[in-house]
Design a protein around this ligand. Structure first.
Ligand SMILES: C[S@@+](CC[C@H](N)C(=O)[O-])C[C@H]1O[C@@H](n2cnc3c(N)ncnc32)[C@H](O)[C@@H]1O
Length: 207
């Protein structure tokens, strides 16, 4: 469905993806980025304004959906950042090994089809001692909510281009070769609980 994917979905992500509680966490997390940064699945570029241009020398902004580009470019122009867009999927990061200091992913690990492969790729490009800043939604801790998540997952996948609500984000990050150093988790956004159990924090490559 190219029209949906290129026009409707980018609009939905832009209007639903940044309610106040989500924005508050973005404001706390994204300024931790420093050095050369890779952001995976930048979508409409809502994180760009939260990077500290004094600390960030470059942002590689990876986004495979060209329908997101006009919004992302507009957001980029609001900043002083040196942004280079990469139009490949997160499973094929076109950067050298150990070439970035920070990787950022917000609400993208839910959607990437080859999520384990993508997290391993993040581990490949991040320098030893570098950081992975994540802010994602996923599997809730309560059995009742999990049942709803399983029931409603097909709807989320259909409406949001393959978005999964049952991914166990912390297990995936650990399985991809990271240890989680700091993390918060809560039902945050003003959406049904099945889609609003959020995890955010800092992970580092295991040594
Ligand atoms: C829910 S949006 C999140 C956008 C943005 N990161 C945010 O925080 O609002 C998910 C994004 O992941 C992108 N995406 C989908 N498949 C992807 C893949 N294989 N690799 C990287 N990004 C992907 C989508 O195009 C979309 O921009």
């Amino acid at each position: 469905m190219p029209f949906y994917k290129d026009h409707v979905y980018p609009h939905l992500v832009a209007i639903l993806g940044n309610p106040k509680p989500v924005q508050t966490i973005r404001q706390q997390l994204v300024p931790l980025a420093h050095g050369r940064v890779l952001e995976i699945g930048v979508g409409p570029g809502v994180n760009f304004v939260h990077y500290d241009p004094e600390k960030v020398s470059k942002v590689y902004a990876l986004e495979p959906n060209p329908g997101m580009m006009p919004r992302a470019e507009r957001q980029g122009r609001r900043t002083q950042l040196d942004i280079e867009f990469l139009d490949l999927p997160g499973e094929r990061i076109p950067l050298a090994d150990a070439s970035v200091d920070t990787v950022v992913s917000t609400f993208t690990l839910c959607t990437i089809p080859g999520v384990v492969e993508a997290i391993r790729g993040i581990g490949r490009v991040v320098k030893p001692g570098g950081q992975f800043l994540f802010f994602e939604h996923g599997l809730a801790p309560d059995a009742r909510v999990q049942r709803w998540q399983k029931r409603t997952e097909p709807l989320f996948k259909w409406a949001f281009e393959g978005c999964h609500v049952t991914r166990d984000i912390t297990s995936l990050i650990k399985a991809g070769g990271f240890k989680i150093e700091q993390m918060g988790a809560a039902y945050l956004a003003p959406f049904p609980k099945s889609g609003s159990y959020l995890y955010w924090g800092v992970a580092r490559p295991k040594v």
